[in-house]
Design a protein around this ligand. Sequence first.
Ligand SMILES: [Zn+2]
Length: 57
Amino acid sequence: MENSETKTCCICGNEIKGYGYNPYPVKEDGQCCRRCNYEVVVPERYRRHLEYQKTKG
Ligand SMILES: [Zn+2]
């Protein structure tokens, strides 16, 4: 049996349908929805990646 427990996105607060995404580095724990993953988490990861590249250089 599949776990039918409802998950809530820790960024927008909406119900997560299906699989939740890792919200790091925007949030340390919890899960986020697909939309927040692509609109918030991925751009933030990319931004941090660029800053890391700058400090490294
Ligand atoms: Zn969300």
